[in-house]
Design a protein around this ligand. Structure first.
Ligand code: GTP
Length: 635
């Protein structure tokens, strides 16, 4: 305790300093002394479980923070205290030490235990002096610069345990200094009620964080399924925002880092910065802002840079400086997001509607909470938890926004898939058609090659290969079959007299004449080699074959070839071979028979038709056969 003389000395020194540094303040104080109301009656603490002390407190602002308890209990200084009147005495951001004084009188229960709760968890130093009527003073320290374990009750708000002897007035002095805003929601609780209320509050907060965690899980899953970065930024925003809320309401200090008051101090400003950065980046990405407004996109980038600056400054600069910058950044970020959402909404971007609603709800919640803090709105469950309700609703609304976006993404992906499937189908159809066409061309080319391989290149008549295959195809026939062999008479002479080209022309001419003379259908002319031709006559008896041979001979004899300006007449000798119905015969046998008959025709004087007789049909004839019939002009 200080002596009276030392107190007087200290007061004089105080007054001198005030005079020196704050003359204006002194005038105000003098005015206050004159106008100060008499010290009110102590607040009577009775059977109620909870007392709001705000309206019954008096305060004194000590700008330099040099006043101690010994000074403030002095009647002269005590008279300078002013009634707070507000439910929550609020001094904003101030470097001054703030003194609060309230007087209590327990009129009720000797056994009751009391807790004094300071409901603003960010206050750095809160010293409580309990001054008994006897003058005995007891001091307790509190605030978030002390480890959490030093709190009287393990609760998120700063608190002190009090003894209030029945019938004895007790004066409480609270000295507060803080880098944060100095707000003093003071509540006196009956101890059991305090714990019961704390449990209820924890339940509400648990529900709130449950909503945030659910949104977090949902967005994380959607991010991994869509890889859309807007979801990632939203997840970042939710994590930082949840940590910010935990820091602001004291739960982070209670549960996450109770032994690290310094970390607690840094956390708030750090998470304001990161939350703001993620929120703005989320809105940029979500709204595809660069496409809609370059100005707002740049403003967003600026807000993000400032937010990151705040987060980096958090551990490096005093809390009191950074928190003010953080508040400004948070405000600018919110305005930029809201403007971006409204601009996109005006451009008929439907998903901007959700963002606008979400942010409006959040801002309304801030306003409600602020109005409650300013005592414009009453303190009740809703106004007290306005921020929690607002941000939970905001998170849900943003969840709607992301779900809507997810739906759009899925629709787009479905459309692209259907388009791709249709394209693929069309491509397959086109390729199949091309392939079929190529196959068709190939088969035509093959057929053409096949045809070419079975034709004589000079006369374009069929060749031996064709005859062989045709003959094989006739195997198992039941009709008769005949073969003629035609050989131009004295063809060497034609060549010699008219030239080889004229000889070729005669070969062509022969083919034309035979082609026109033969029956259509199955009769076929084949160039057998040189000036020798074969005619296959399926279903033709020996008799008919001879007749056809004779018709061909006459046609050739009577139709000379026209080669340039010359007419070249020539004749042919014809050998006929036949196989009876149902008899097996080989081509070589038939050819040998026809060749023998031709041999007979040549030797018989040429230009005639001879039929082979007595040949064994199954084997090749070793010798020229006897001739049955000779036809042609008289030798
Ligand atoms: N221009 C031409 N001449 C050919 C062709 N093939 C074979 N010759 C000729 O046909 C002639 C056949 O002569 P020969 O075998 O002596 O028979 P030939 O003169 O008709 O006498 P005979 O058959 O006994 O009436 C030869 O001079 C061959 O050069 C051809 O494609 N074009």
């Amino acid at each position: 305790m200080l002596t009276a003389s030392s107190t007087a000395h200290l007061l004089r020194a105080t007054a001198a300093r005030l005079l020196r540094y704050r003359a204006a303040m002194l005038l105000v104080l003098l005015h206050l002394w004159l106008a100060a109301p008499a010290i009110a009656e102590p607040l009577q603490v009775g059977p109620a479980a909870r007392y709001l002390l705000g309206p019954s407190t008096y305060h004194l602002v000590d700008p330099r923070g040099f006043l101690g308890i010994a000074n403030v209990v002095h009647p002269d200084v005590a008279a300078a205290f002013r009634p707070s009147l507000a439910e929550t005495p609020n001094f904003g951001f101030t470097r001054a030490a703030v003194w609060l004084r309230t007087e209590l009188l327990n009129t009720h229960d000797a056994s009751a235990r009391w807790i004094l709760e300071v409901g603003y968890p960010l206050l750095d130093q809160v010293d409580l002096y309990v001054v008994r009527a006897s003058g005995a003073t007891r001091m307790q320290r509190g605030g978030d610069t002390l480890p959490f374990a030093q709190r009287a009750a393990a609760a998120r708000h700063i608190n002190f345990e009090l003894e209030l002897p029945p019938g004895e007035p007790v004066t409480l002095y609270l000295r507060v200094r803080s880098g944060s805003s100095v707000q003093m929601p003071l509540v006196l609780w009956e101890k059991h009620e305090f714990y019961a209320a704390d449990r209820e509050e924890q339940l509400v907060l648990g529900l709130y964080y449950g909503v945030l965690v659910a949104m977090l899980a949902f967005s994380t899953m959607v991010y991994f399924s869509t890889r859309s970065r807007a979801y990632l930024f939203y997840v970042g925003y939710l994590v930082c925002y949840a940590l910010l809320q935990l820091s602001l309401n004291g739960l982070a200090f209670q549960y996450l880092w109770p032994r690290h008051p310094l970390l607690n101090e840094i956390a708030t400003t750090f998470f304001v910065g990161t939350t703001c950065a993620f929120a703005v980046q989320f809105s940029r990405s979500f709204l595809d802002l660069a496409r809609h407004s370059r100005v707002l996109d740049r403003a967003s980038l600026g807000a993000i840079a400032a937010s990151i600056g705040v987060a980096l400054a958090a551990p490096a600069f005093p809390y009191g400086d950074v928190i003010q910058a953080a508040t400004g950044v948070g405000l600018v970020g919110s305005v930029v997001i809201l403007c971006s959402a409204v601009v996109c909404l005006l451009k008929k971007e439907k998903q901007a509607l959700y963002l606008t609603l979400a942010w409006t709800i959040f801002l309304v919640a801030i306003v409600v909470f602020s109005l409650k803090t300013m005592n414009v709105l009453p303190t009740n469950f809703f106004t007290q938890n306005a921020m929690q309700f607002g941000s939970a609703l905001e998170a849900v609304m943003l969840g709607f926004a992301l779900t809507h976006r997810y739906k759009l993404l899925m629709e787009e992906s479905g459309r692209l898939q259907a388009e791709a499937a249709a394209n693929l189908e069309a491509q397959v159809r086109r390729r199949t058609a091309e392939l079929n066409q190529a196959l068709q061309q190939l088969s035509t080319a093959n057929a053409s090659l096949e045809d070419l391989s079975q034709r004589d290149p000079l006369t374009r008549a069929r060749n031996r290969l064709y005859l062989t295959r045709r003959f094989e195809a006739l195997a198992g026939r039941i009709e008769p079959l005949s073969l003629l062999l035609l050989d131009i008479d004295h063809f060497k002479r034609i060549n010699d007299l008219n030239g080889h080209g004229a000889g070729d022309a005669c070969l062509h001419h022969l083919c034309d004449v035979v082609g026109h003379t033969l029956r259509g259908g199955s009769d076929e002319l084949v160039r057998w080699g040189g000036e020798e031709f074969a005619v296959l006559l399926p279903g033709t008896t020996s008799e008919d074959a001879r007749t056809i041979g004779e018709r061909l001979r006459i046609a050739i004899e009577t139709a000379p070839a026209q080669v340039g300006d010359r007419r070249i007449a020539f004749t042919v000798s014809v050998g006929v071979a036949s196989a009876a119905p149902d008899t097996a015969v080989t081509l070589s046998t038939l050819v040998a028979q026809a060749d023998a008959a031709l041999y007979g025709a040549k030797h018989g004087g040429r230009n005639r038709v001879c039929t082979g007789l007595g040949l064994p049909l199954r084997d090749a004839a070793p010798h020229p056969p006897a001739l049955e019939l000779q036809s042609g002009p008289p030798a």
